[in-house]
Design a protein around this ligand. Structure first.
Ligand SMILES: [Fe+2]
Ligand SMILES: [Fe+2]
Length: 138
């Protein structure tokens, strides 16, 4: 309390109730917040490293959710995975273009990531999270 708001703030409303998933969402938020803090930096290498790290964290997180969806036979698996695949590809493309000097990472991209994150969390992750908990995963 008393500090400035983060770009992505995870509150109780964003918690799924499965601790590993909640921790991974927090790690994603931390990295996007770091990118936000460095938006005006000229240190391309550092921004690139944050982007690579974000890709890695996102990939591991999506795998975690998808593995749980498969092992519990979650009925919405296919459409949920499709949302993951699209988003991953989008960050991969941006990172690649940034690395080649073809694209800068600006506030619009970060707002897009934030919007996807909250939207996906609210509409998709909460659904499978509820299902995981009903199936004994916490
Ligand atoms: Fe998800
Ligand atoms: Fe998620």
């Amino acid at each position: 309390m008393g500090t400035a708001m983060n770009f992505i703030e995870i509150t109780r409303n964003e918690l799924i109730g499965v601790s590993l998933i909640d921790e991974q969402h927090q790690s994603m938020a931390v990295l996007v917040n770091k990118l936000y803090d460095k938006l005006n930096s000229t240190d391309k290498k550092m921004i690139q490293n944050y982007l690579f790290k974000l890709l890695e964290v996102v990939e591991v997180h999506f795998e975690t959710e998808e593995n749980l969806m498969r092992s519990t036979k979650f009925p919405g698996y296919i459409s949920h995975k499709l949302e993951h695949d699209r988003f991953y590809k989008q960050i991969l493309t941006s990172t690649d273009r940034f690395s080649k000097g073809l694209e800068t990472i600006g506030i619009e991209q970060l707002k897009g990531i934030r919007q996807w994150f909250f939207n996906h969390l609210e509409l998709s992750d909460k659904k499978c999270g509820k299902y995981f908990i009903e199936n004994g995963i916490s």
